[in-house]
Ligand binder design. Structure first.
Ligand SMILES: CC(C)=CCC/C(C)=C/CC/C(C)=C/CC/C(C)=C/[C@@H]1[C@@H](COP(=O)(O)OP(=O)(O)O)[C@]1(C)CC/C=C(\C)CC/C=C(\C)CCC=C(C)C
Length: 602
């Protein structure tokens, strides 16, 4: 019987903690570790005196035969371990629930909170103050409300502090990020408590409790205790996330963010007046996230696996690439395409010239400051939807060459002459042209992704490893582009475009015009399979080098690549694939399974 309490941990808390550790491991960052460690320490030392008081005053009792024996400040070691493992379990659930969330998107409520939010925050503060007072009164009465009073008088003030600091942020977060990580562990621990109370592992002395049960033999006070403590943990984590969000969102305030922001940065973030927030940047990030979600299921899913400022910069890079590609794709003539690519090059010229005036390394310009030459040019030369993606391109941490090459690659698309001309031009004459095009529009994107990863995760990486990563990233980009082309043969044909090399078509007895007319059929399917074979050959050649990526970016980037290559696997499995807007698509469940496999297998 001496291990009765310990067996509660062995059966119910430790297995869950291990399972959650496995679940969060691939997406755990140093910031997460810092958050969990801080919360465990705070929970331990905040609970210790309170717990010792309850035991010393006979509110909580443990049959000697139910505990191993050693105590600290009169508290059984199993109880001390409970403080730690409950905080850890709830923190892991919070991290999982918040992984998809970009906390920067919820900072706006700090500046201009809606009236309901102000009322709700005030209501919460008043309620918590009332509960603290109620707790004090119950303690003073020394009656059956003593235990409840001790819980309220202890938990309510701490909750009031976190609610005052982060109430609006907590209220603006999705309920799945706050309420769920409170409710799930609370209900689980209610059930564990119900079992333990029923078996007499621990008990609440009569005379100090109301004698009401939530269900079974679960005392009402115990139910309130677990709810209150899990609220404290989640609110405490949300406070951290609020300050981390400020650090990650505003490079003009925090130019360099190490793998895990320092405690000093957290203090600076806390002391920062919300009037310094660049609301235009926050709106631009939200705009970029919306664009990513709308335009790319693969990369939208993968983006949730990244963290911190790297995640934001990858989304901003995607947004720029997407808008630039759309400007060209939506052009109705070659001259219009060339007009857009010329303006994009001019934007890059001005932006990289501005870099020279922003120090070394160039700091991120802010939209709060005076309008720069680049700002004025962008607002004058580009339509409204394209301005924010250009303003927010993280060009201060990107190499210029791949960006210029990307824009030149878009010019290739305009070589497919518009239908008004008699003779139709198909610029992808042979496989060399195809490789060159793919390198320009996609290989460059791989290089840019690696540049962001190196900047944010391992700026000190040796040159040889950097070169290998850049080369592999370029090759992987080409592989993804080949999959893209293989998937979009029908869609491209409708636009008068054939990216299959003309030499391939001739060997199959086809002309590009025939593909425009009949983009389906066995011959084209055969050429699609040939292109996919090339894609997977390039993919296999680059995939191993991804192991050289910094650990915090490796899993998420592998997931991004694998979920995209899964499109190619679906195409390879059958010639009849379900189309979404004319494009072959991967079922969401398969996409998620692919991402998780990539994440856990790395
Ligand atoms: C997680 C995250 C947000 C990543 C962002 C990656 C990124 C910046 C993508 C930009 C894609 C883009 C719009 C480029 C413009 C040209 C273009 C359309 C390229 C084709 C992409 C398809 O994008 P999308 O999914 O939006 O369009 P469809 O739904 O397919 O119509 C391409 C297929 C090319 C994409 C190429 C890459 C993302 C580079 C791949 C290489 C790496 C990620 C580096 C891997 C690292 C090593 C070391 C191998």
């Amino acid at each position: 019987m001496a291990y009765e309490y310990a067996s509660v941990h062995l059966k119910f808390t430790i297995p869950l903690a291990l399972a959650l550790s496995l679940a969060i491991y691939p997406v755990t960052t140093r910031a997460h570790i810092f958050q969990i460690a801080s919360l465990v320490a705070i929970a331990f030392f905040a609970t210790l005196p309170w717990d010792a008081y309850l035991i010393r005053h006979g509110v909580w009792t443990y049959p000697e035969e139910a505990i191993i024996g050693p105590r600290a400040w009169g508290i059984p070691i199993e109880e001390l371990f409970f403080f730690v493992i409950q905080t850890y379990i709830t923190s892991c659930i919070y991290i999982l629930a918040n992984k998809p969330v970009i906390h920067a998107l919820y900072l706006g409520s700090q500046r201009n909170p809606p009236s309901w939010m102000k009322r709700a925050k005030l209501g919460g503060q008043v309620t918590l103050m009332a509960l603290a007072l109620l707790g004090a009164c119950l303690i003073k009465l020394e009656g059956r409300g003593t235990y409840l009073g001790l819980i309220l008088a202890w938990a309510a003030p701490f909750t009031l502090i976190t609610w005052t600091v982060a109430g609006r942020f907590i209220l603006s977060l999705p309920w799945t990020s706050t309420a769920l990580p409170i409710v799930l562990p609370t209900v689980y621990l209610w059930l564990v408590d119900e079992l333990a109370l029923g078996r007499g592992t621990w008990s609440i002395e009569s005379g100090t409790k109301l004698g009401l049960c939530l269900f079974g033999v679960l005392e009402m006070e115990e139910a309130v205790f677990f709810l209150a403590t899990n609220m404290l943990i989640v609110f405490g984590l949300a406070v951290f996330d609020q300050y981390l969000a400020i650090i990650f969102a505003f490079p003009h305030i925090f130019p360099t963010v190490t793998r895990s922001p320092t405690p000093l940065m957290l203090v600076e973030s806390r002391l920062l007046d919300s009037s310094k927030f660049d609301l235009g940047r926050l709106q631009g990030i939200a705009d970029a996230v919306h664009r990513l979600k709308r335009k790319s299921r693969s990369f939208y899913l993968a983006n949730a696996l990244f963290s911190g400022r790297l995640r934001i910069d990858l989304i901003l890079l995607y947004s720029f690439c997407r808008v630039a590609d759309d400007l060209v794709d939506n052009a109705v003539s070659r001259s219009e395409v060339l007009s857009w690519t010329s303006k994009l090059k001019c934007f890059l010229d001005l932006r990289f010239k501005e870099n020279e005036s922003l120090g070394h390394p160039p700091r991120t310009p802010t939209r709060n400051g005076p309008r720069s030459e680049v700002d004025s040019y962008v607002d004058e030369a580009f339509p409204d939807f394209a301005r924010s993606p250009l303003h927010l391109l993280p060009a201060n941490v990107l190499p210029p060459e791949p960006l210029y090459s990307l824009i030149e690659g878009f010019e290739t698309d305009s070589l497919f002459s518009s239908t008004s001309e008699k003779e139709t031009i198909f610029p992808i004459a042979d496989e060399q042209d195809l490789a060159k095009y793919a390198h320009r529009v996609a290989g460059t994107v791989g290089e840019l992704c690696v540049a962001l990863i190196l900047h944010h995760c391992e700026p000190e990486m040796d040159q040889d490893r950097q070169m290998r990563l850049r080369s592999a990233a370029c090759q992987m980009g080409v592989a993804l582009q080949y999959v893209n082309i293989a998937r979009d043969i029908v869609v491209d044909a409708r636009m008068g475009r054939v990216y299959l090399p003309t030499t391939w078509l001739k060997e199959a007895g086809l002309a590009p015009e025939a593909v425009i007319e009949h983009p389906r059929g066995p011959v084209v399917a055969g050429l699609r399979r040939h292109l996919l074979d090339r894609a997977f050959l390039l993919y296999r050649g680059a995939r191993e080098t991804m192991d050289l990526l910094p650990s915090e970016a490796r899993g998420p980037m592998v997931a991004a690549v694998e979920t995209y290559m899964e499109i190619g696997r679906v195409l390879s499995e059958t010639d009849e694939f379900n189309l979404r807007e004319g494009k072959a698509t991967v079922p969401t469940t398969r996409r998620v399974r692919t991402a998780l496999n990539a994440l856990f297998k790395g």
